[in-house]
Design a protein around this ligand. Structure first.
Ligand SMILES: [Zn+2]
Length: 132
């Protein structure tokens, strides 16, 4: 059974794409929407698979909370913190972080300047081409 509330995540993502937000984490979306983190993360991953979002992982120092590394794949067993020295990489210090696919963001920004997209089913294609 699909939870239709997952589409609230889409609404958040579309609105956020219009702001100068570079990266965001699932916790922010969960807090803003009041939805369960697991539902939010699940939907964000679907949007990643769809190509709208890009998923990376951040390693944060457990002592000083600096971001030590950000990558699409984390293969490290240890990382170096300038402040605290060598840090063992455990799952507790790896966090998902999302950004917008550039092309998707461009379309969303153009869309936000349009009052509407659908005039009639038959003319939609022409309207999109004219305005986007
Ligand atoms: Zn540190």
């Amino acid at each position: 059974m699909e939870n239709p509330n997952k589409y609230i995540v889409d609404l958040w993502v579309e609105e956020a794409a219009g702001y100068p937000i570079i990266r965001f984490n699932p916790t922010t979306v969960s807090r803003d929407t009041g939805l369960d983190l697991s539902l939010v993360f699940e939907r964000l991953l679907e949007l990643v698979r769809d190509g709208k979002l890009v998923l990376e992982w951040e390693i944060r120092c457990p002592n000083c909370f600096r971001i030590l590394l950000r990558d699409s794949n984390i293969n490290h067993t240890t990382v170096e913190c300038d402040e605290c020295g060598e840090i063992e990489v455990i799952t507790d210090i790896i966090f998902p972080i999302l950004s917008f696919n550039a092309g998707y963001r461009e379309i969303i920004k153009k869309k936000q300047n349009l009052k509407r997209l659908v005039f009639s089913a038959g003319r939609t294609h022409r309207i999109i081409q004219t305005h986007l």
